[in-house]
Design a protein. Structure first.
Length: 317
């Protein structure tokens, strides 16, 4: 039984790999070079309107093939669900490529990737909660990264102060000896204040930060300005990276939230227009479902129904 299932899984894996090969969403929605150049030439003031080329494969046939493979794994085992979900996600992605530039693309992307309040695979955690947890993890690791950098900068300072002669051959081998000597001269030339500002801006230079710490130790820079300069220089880079991740993550969450609000407002306006149309009809209108339950009526029908009930009550009395 297991051998047969594994053989079926092996065959399906090859078919899935072949079927999904042309399904490349990011490549399909990428701006052509001339569109991107024009966008930035206009200082990014308005979004461009690129013309997307139709996919060069049969979308319907690809989606149907992937759904057919998914149908072979109808069981409830973890492997069955994994293969089935994988095939269905690729089928949805293929349909997305056929809807590029339309509202359907957005609807399919929500179906495939979910919305902020969509529940993840564990059945209880929303995507928004996962993003908030990711925020916390980013901040935690930024702090851990800065702590490791502080330890490393003191190690670099100690090596530069006590063992610089032993490290110079290694720097020469790595092609950094001239760079080190230049930074060492810069640190030594201006005293503690100049060295402090060199360390502050060092976090944004292409030169490895350890070169600055080695040079600081080699010239015997005072520890206090060294500590504060290195913490600011290294810390601002670590936390700015974390800040950018948070800002762009919050930006996309905000865009999703605004889309949800706009959709709700559109539904509210449609409902309002529907109510106005119903309640300004000259005749009573009602609609029943298959089980003879009233699902829609206007005020004219409600008034007639109420009048009939009053007549029945009077006759009964």
């Amino acid at each position: 039984m297991l051998a047969a299932f594994l053989e079926k899984l092996k065959d399906a894996a090859g078919e899935i790999a072949e079927a999904q090969r042309p399904v490349r969403i990011l490549r399909a929605v990428a701006w052509p070079d001339h569109v991107a150049e024009d966008f930035f030439a206009r200082n990014a003031r308005e979004l461009p309107r690129p013309i997307y080329e139709p996919p060069r494969f049969d979308i319907a046939a690809t989606a149907a093939r992937l759904r057919e493979i998914a149908g072979r794994f109808a069981g409830e085992s973890d492997l069955d669900r994994l293969v089935r979900d994988t095939c269905l996600s690729y089928a949805t992605a293929a349909e997305m490529l056929g809807a590029v530039g339309t509202r359907r693309f957005w609807e399919l992307s929500r179906e495939l990737y979910g919305a902020p309040l969509s529940v993840s695979s564990d059945g209880k955690t929303t995507n928004l909660a996962l993003a908030q947890h990711f925020d916390e993890v980013i901040e935690r690791y930024a702090a851990i990264s800065l702590g490791g950098s502080i330890v490393g900068m003191f190690v670099g300072y100690a090596i530069g102060y006590w063992a610089m002669d032993a490290v110079m051959p290694l720097l020469a081998k790595l092609g950094m000896a001239d760079e080190f000597m230049h930074i060492r001269e810069e640190v030594a030339a201006g005293g503690g204040t100049r060295a402090f500002w060199l360390l502050v801006i060092a976090g944004f230079t292409p030169v490895p930060f350890k070169i600055f710490t080695l040079a600081s130790g080699a010239v015997g820079m005072p520890l206090l300005p060294f500590f504060f300069g290195a913490v600011i220089g290294r810390g601002k880079r670590v936390f700015l990276v974390a800040l950018f991740i948070r800002l762009f993550g919050h930006y996309h969450a905000l865009m999703h939230s605004r889309a949800e609000q706009e959709k709700s407002e559109q539904l509210r306006q449609q409902s309002l227009r529907f109510d106005v149309a119903l309640n300004h009809m000259s005749h009573g209108l009602c609609m029943f479902d298959a089980e003879q339950r009233l699902i829609v009526c206007n005020t004219r029908y409600a008034g007639l129904h109420l009048a009939v009930d009053k007549i029945r009550v009077r006759r009964a009395v």
